[in-house]
Write a protein that binds this ligand. Structure first.
Ligand code: ADP
Ligand code: MG
Length: 483
């Protein structure tokens, strides 16, 4: 074994996250930002790069960017400068992207995560405003690539971390937390399928115990957080092999191929001087006054941590429930809407944490798009709480509500699912169960109490789950006592 083999290596990770701000209009013109419009319909001379068209900054986008900067505890600079980032690409008709370079909107933030080794503080290097580019579309025509400029000029913030992340798993935790915060603060819809949140991951390796920042590579095309984690794992293994073999890591941009689980070189990494940044001559410096910052601060929505505490205090929820129910904003919103419609917030919590999240996960939807409304769920829960249907039937009704779009009372009535409490009908099932299982019945009567569960099961099966378990219990006890 050579000396080199003995050196333990560790990864160093820094993330650049592009987030689309949820404005109705683009960053420098009045075009709509709506996703899914016919290609090249949300465009104007400015997005098309026609000479003479001048940009005007969208104040709402600036406020959302300030909100993001406050969310990550950044210093916000009163004056920041838009800059041209020059490069050639078919989806960039102007030949440059308007971004911010050496004087960004905000710097020096922090973000806390629960990492693999406990709590960790990830420093945020900067948050700046920039416009998005258009999109090359490769799957519309057989032999040609098309360009859709609807996205050109859509407002983004780029959130750049310091290289403080220690593992791919921590990178994923960071991204989940970042997305959660952006959703809570209503800055972005963070819809990754629609490209509202995109991640570039930078990674290098170094000997454990040093602070070296060695040459890094940058991974692109990361469409999911688990993809980020997997791609980083692959790339770290690759870099460690290079270093252990005595080589050096080349400064490169790599593409993640999720289908193959591989990273592929895309290009030699460009340096910032390659972009020939210079201040945007068509825009004045961006001025964010203290008054603006304070008005944005005064209207900040509730942070995830505050909401968790409030769920514990206002609804009397256990800490665990509050944690699960605030894990994402859609879940918290859904829960809270249900809780306000029901007398017992804990009952609401059990339904949302149990059957609702289970159905949502199985169907791959978030609670923002759950097919049953909070009102619809509350109506169902009331039927269970007042004994009209049993809990297990209630869960089946929920599934049917999702499939049919019908309301709970309709389904219960149409399918005859109401719980049977009528003693005459229950007695028939109980006596049948006893006759069919004479041996168990004998043992039960002689005092083997636990057989009550067996008979309960028999009666439930006969009744299709509709027998009122309390009354069945009473009937069984009476029979055993010889009444
Ligand atoms: P570039 O100019 O290549 O974009 P930056 O210095 O601007 O590089 O950093 C971009 C991102 O890369 C940041 O998130 C930063 O934390 C991360 N980063 C910088 N150096 C390293 C390194 N040696 N290893 C891992 N990540 C790094
Ligand atoms: Mg970069």
């Amino acid at each position: 074994m050579s000396a080199r083999d003995a050196v333990a290596l560790e990864p160093v990770i820094g993330l650049e996250v592009h987030v689309q701000l949820r404005t109705a209009r683009k960053l420098f013109c009045g075009d709509s930002t709506r996703f899914g419009a016919e290609p090249n319909t949300n465009v104007c001379p400015l997005c098309l790069g026609l000479p003479g068209a001048l940009p005007v900054v969208n104040g709402e986008a600036v406020e959302l960017a300030v909100r993001a900067a406050l969310g990550f505890g950044c210093e916000i600079h009163e004056t920041s400068i838009f800059a041209r980032k020059n490069y050639f690409y078919p989806d960039l008709p102007k030949g440059y992207q308007i971004s911010q370079f050496d004087r960004p909107l905000a710097t020096n933030g922090v973000f806390e995560i629960q990492g693999e080794d406990g709590p960790a503080t990830i420093r945020i290097r900067r948050i700046h405003l920039e416009e998005d580019a258009g999109k090359s579309v490769h799957d519309r025509f057989d032999s040609a690539t098309a360009v859709d400029l609807n996205r050109a000029g859509v407002p983004l913030v780029e959130i750049v971390s310091e290289p403080d992340l220690k593992t791919p798993a921590d990178a994923r935790v960071y991204l989940l937390g970042l997305k959660r915060l952006l959703e809570y603060l209503d800055i972005s819809d963070c819809n990754m399928e629609e490209g509202s949140l995109r991640v570039d991951a930078n990674v290098s390796v170094r000997p454990v115990g040093t602070d070296a920042l060695n040459t890094k590579t940058e991974l692109k095309n990361l469409n999911t957080f688990s993809g980020v984690e997997k791609a980083l794992n692959r790339e770290i293994v690759r870099q460690m092999e290079v270093v252990r073999a005595g080589g050096t890591v080349a400064h490169m941009t790599l593409l993640w191929d999720a289908a193959r689980g591989e990273v592929r070189p895309m290009r030699a990494k460009e340096e910032s001087h390659d972009y020939r940044y210079f201040p945007e001559p068509d825009l004045p410096p961006l001025v964010v006054t203290d008054a603006l910052v304070e008005s944005v601060r005064a209207e900040l929505p509730e942070f995830p941590e505050a909401r968790r505490t409030r769920f514990i205090e206002a609804y009397g929820l256990p800490a665990y429930d509050a944690e699960v129910l605030t894990a994402s904003r859609p879940v918290a919103d859904f829960y809270e809407a249900v809780a306000l419609l029901l007398p017992d917030p804990k009952v609401a919590a059990n339904w949302v944490m149990g059957p609702v999240l289970q159905e949502a996960n199985e169907r791959g939807v978030t609670l923002a798009h759950f097919p049953v409304s909070p009102e619809g769920l509350a109506e169902l829960v009331k039927l269970v709480e007042n004994g009209t249907v049993s809990g297990s039937i209630g869960k089946k009704v929920l599934a049917k509500m999702i499939e049919s779009g019908q309301r709970a009372p309709q389904i219960v009535a149409a399918e005859g699912l109401a719980q049977v409490s009528d003693v005459d009908r229950l007695e028939v099932w109980v006596l049948e169960a006893i006759e069919e299982n004479a041996e168990e019945a004998e043992r039960y009567r002689e005092g083997e109490k636990k057989l009550v569960g067996f008979f309960m099961g028999q009666v439930m099966r006969k009744s299709g789950g509709k027998a009122d378990p309390k009354r069945v219990g009473t009937l069984l006890a009476e029979w055993a006592a010889g009444k």
